[in-house]
Design a protein around this ligand. Structure first.
Ligand code: GLC
Length: 446
């Protein structure tokens, strides 16, 4: 071993900061060859569920009291109105399954500190403190697992209701960590105990942390949290909100325009403008918008985690049912080009999203809106075996234009798409190639 490495390892023993950084690096590097990520990479679609007492008055989840839009006592009074009286985990699982989603992530505790499962670590849960008097998580995970849908637990590290947590309202905190380390240690014990409960009670396939921004990796003890989860389930996936100790990135609401560099990423997005149920929020995205956003994400190598919020009685608004059905029906017609695929070819070849089959011998083109006529594809070096429409297998005619016999630069493929083949939302074309796709990305010339 070279002296440099020996020095590095000695330092590592004594410096917790360096240790945490090094493990964060390892956590990141581990992704590259990690088998555990393969289901996630293939999944493409997950459904996010924000269930909580905020649905009673339809205020924004936790933030409404934190930002002083409503007094804390009024917010917590919603506990009395949370009944889940029509909660049917079987129906929830069916609703999720019919979309084609391969995983679901549900809130086990939001920043308001109200657990949606039977925590033994305090009394602030829908089991002990609301008329619902039941655990939302166990029966849902059981129904999801019957349908081979992976189960994710959203867990807020922030707990603005806990007396040992420093943060509370936007302009007032209970204490400062550096000045009351024993209080913070008590909180560490509490939140890590809850994570341990989630691991042992539900064995989630995915931990979806939130709120890591309020403290550092060493304050959260992110490394220990990660190791604790993996010691119970070495295949558990952890999202990227653990101050550097997660497995994938989680952009929120804001769509990437260029392809993110991270190998694994997931955009979480609300179906209207709020995570939880709010009767006043009628800004529903249309099925067309959801499907075009979804195809764009998959084309860029990511997953969509589409969020819905149940009402306090455990039912979903009709818009949720309608849009999820349309999305699911579209996936039934076109899922071949989505699930178990790879992100598509680089930008500039085709003016729309694309994906590739796992072996890259099939290229899929997504036509947004009612596009028909002569569709062009630039820079394809392969020979084409056939072109057809995914949803009805109709063969399509094509022509290669501008291929110069003595040049290696490919011509432009023009594909004839008759208006009659259009899908209601997004039509998908299947181009079978003579081998893995090879794309010319030069600037022309001889
Ligand atoms: C944000 C919000 C939170 C929401 C989450 C979902 O971090 O704090 O309310 O649950 O996004 O991604």
């Amino acid at each position: 071993m070279r002296p440099f490495y020996i020095l590095f390892f000695i330092l590592l023993q004594y410096c917790p900061f360096i240790q945490e950084k090094a493990v964060a690096q390892v956590a990141k590097m581990g992704n590259d060859d990690s088998l555990k990520m393969s289901w996630f990479a293939d999944a493409k679609l997950g459904i996010f569920i924000h269930a909580g007492i905020y649905s009673v008055n339809g205020v924004s989840e936790s933030w409404s009291f934190h930002n002083k839009e409503v007094p804390y006592t009024d917010y917590m009074n919603q506990l009395k109105g949370f009944t889940l009286k029509n909660y049917d985990p079987n129906q929830w699982a069916n609703l999720i399954a019919q979309t084609g989603a391969k995983y679901a992530v549900v809130t086990t505790k939001h920043h308001d500190g109200v657990a949606t499962y039977d925590t033994k670590l305090n009394d602030l849960s829908i089991v002990k403190a609301t008329p619902a008097k039941k655990d939302l998580i166990a029966p849902l995970f059981s129904e999801l697992r019957k349908r081979n849908i992976k189960c994710g637990a959203y867990f807020s590290l922030i707990d603005w209701s806990h007396p040992d947590y420093p943060g509370f309202l936007k302009d007032s905190s209970r204490y400062i960590v550096a000045k009351d380390t024993s209080k913070w240690e008590k909180f560490q014990h509490f939140f890590q105990g809850q994570i341990n409960e989630l691991s042992t009670k539900f064995n989630p396939d995915l931990f979806w942390f939130d709120g890591d921004w309020e403290h550092s990796a060493s304050e959260w003890q992110s490394k220990k949290v990660r190791q604790g989860i993996l010691s119970t389930n070495k295949n558990a996936i952890i999202n990227g909100r653990l101050q550097g100790f997660g497995d994938y990135e989680t952009p929120e609401q804001n769509f990437p325009v260029t392809r993110p560099k991270e190998k694994y990423w997931e955009l979480c997005m609300t179906l209207n403008n709020n995570w939880g149920y709010r009767a006043t929020d009628t800004q529903w995205k249309t099925p067309y918008e959801v499907i075009t956003i979804f195809t764009d994400i998959v084309s860029n190598g990511g997953n969509l985690l589409l969020d819905i919020g149940p009402k306090e009685d455990g039912t979903f608004p009709k818009e949720v049912h309608q849009t999820l059905k349309e999305l699911g029906d579209w996936n039934k017609r076109n899922g071949e080009a989505i699930f178990n695929t790879l992100g598509g070819i680089g930008q500039g070849h085709f003016y729309g999203p694309t994906t590739l089959s796992k072996d890259s011998t099939i290229l899929y083109l997504f036509l947004q809106g009612q596009i028909y006529g002569s569709i062009s594809l630039k820079g394809l070096q392969n020979k084409i075996k056939s072109i057809s429409v995914v949803h009805n297998n109709m063969p399509l005619k094509y022509k290669v234009v501008g291929k110069i016999s003595w040049s290696s630069i490919p011509g432009i493929v023009y594909i004839q798409v008759p208006p009659t083949v259009n899908d209601k939302y997004v039509t998908v074309l299947r181009i079978k190639l003579d081998g893995p796709a090879r794309m010319y990305r030069g600037t022309g010339g001889l």
